[in-house]
Design a binder for this molecule. Structure first.
Ligand code: GTP
Length: 257
C-alpha cells in the first residue's frame, strides 16, 4: 500500500475520564514513550485554568509550544462534544504551526463517567478509570467505559493498597465492553507502558491506512445540573434529547453530577 503519511492529517486522540484518574499523567507517559519517534502535540481542557497544560510543560515531555490549553468555562464535556469549536481551532492551529504532526492528544477536563468526545473532534478516544475509584466502577458502564476505543484501568500499582483485584476489574470491563480492548496500566510498569505505546502506534497506522472509522461512543447519560434559580435546585439534562431546549452553555452555573 502507498505510504500516504504526508497527506493524512494527524491522528487526533482523545483522553477522557473522571477527575484525577490520571489523564495528564497518561499523556505525559505517551509523550515520553513516543516523542523520539513521532511528532506530537497536546491540547488540554480545563474549566478555569491552564493547570494541566502547565503540568505537562513542566514535566518537560515536549517542547512547551506544542502543548496548548483550552479553557472551557464551566462545562468540560460541552467543549469536547456539543460545541467543539475551541478544540477544533486549537487542533488546527497546532497542526499548522508544527506541520506535519503525527498525533495530537486532546485531554478532556476531568468530568464524570458519562463524558465522551464527539467523533467530529477526535479520530479515536481512550477512557481512563483508576483502581482507586473502586473495583466495581468498570461494571457501572456508560458510553466511555462501554465503547471508547481503549479503556485504561490506571494506577494498577495502587491496587494492593485499595484492595482491588486488577484481573477481576479487567474481566468486568471486558464484559461491559463486549470484547473491546482494555489495558491495565501503571506508569511505573514498563510492560504496560509498552502495550500502551503499541496501541497508539497501531491506531496511527489504521488511521493512515484509512481502516479505522471514528466511532461515537454515544451521548452522555442524563445528568443533573444544579441551578439556583430552578425551583428544584436544578434539572436533569440529557444531551441526546434536549440539546435545543437546554443548549448547555451556562458558564458560571455550578455543575452537579
Ligand atoms: N500511583 C500512581 N499514581 C498515578 C499514576 N498516574 C497518575 N497518578 C497520580 O494520580 C494523580 C492524578 O493524576 P493526573 O494525571 O493529574 O489526573 P487527571 O485525570 O489528569 O486529573 P484532572 O485533570 O484533575 O481530572 C496525581 O497525583 C498523579 O501523580 C500511576 O500510574 N500510579
Amino acid at each position: 500500500m502507498a505510504d500516504n503519511t504526508a497527506s493524512v492529517r494527524a491522528l487526533r486522540l482523545g483522553v477522557a475520564g473522571p477527575v484525577g484518574t490520571g489523564k495528564s499523567s497518561l499523556i505525559a507517559t505517551i509523550c515520553r514513550a513516543l516523542a523520539g519517534e513521532l511528532r506530537l502535540g497536546v491540547i488540554t481542557n480545563d474549566i478555569y485554568t491552564d493547570e494541566d497544560a502547565r503540568f505537562l510543560r513542566s514535566a518537560g515531555v515536549l517542547e512547551p509550544e506544542r502543548i496548548r490549553a483550552v479553557e472551557t468555562g464551566a462545562c468540560p464535556h460541552t467543549a469536547i462534544r456539543d460545541d467543539i469549536t475551541a478544540n477544533l481551532l486549537a487542533a488546527e492551529d497546532l497542526e499548522r504551526d508544527f506541520s506535519p504532526l503525527d498525533v495530537v492528544l486532546i485531554e478532556s477536563g476531568g468530568d464524570n463517567l458519562t463524558a465522551t468526545f464527539s467523533p467530529a473532534l477526535v479520530d479515536a478516544q481512550l477512557f481512563v478509570l483508576d483502581v482507586a475509584g473502586g473495583g466495581d466502577v468498570a461494571r457501572k458502564g456508560g458510553p466511555g467505559i462501554g465503547r471508547a476505543d481503549l479503556l485504561v484501568v490506571n494506577k494498577t500499582d495502587l491496587a494492593p493498597y485499595v484492595g482491588v483485584d486488577v484481573p477481576e476489574m479487567v474481566a468486568d470491563a471486558l464484559l461491559a465492553r463486549e470484547g473491546r480492548p482494555v489495558l491495565a496500566l501503571s506508569r511505573s510498569d514498563a510492560d504496560s507502558v509498552a502495550e500502551l505505546r503499541l496501541w497508539v502506534l497501531g491506531m496511527l497506522e489504521a488511521h493512515r491506512r484509512g481502516t479505522h472509522v471514528p466511532q461515537d461512543p454515544g451521548p452522555m447519560a442524563p445528568h443533573f445540573h444544579a441551578d439556583e434559580e430552578h425551583p428544584d435546585g436544578g434539572y436533569v439534562h440529557s444531551h441526546a434529547e434536549d440539546a435545543d431546549t437546554h443548549p448547555h452553555p451556562h458558564a458560571g452555573a455550578s455543575h452537579g453530577h
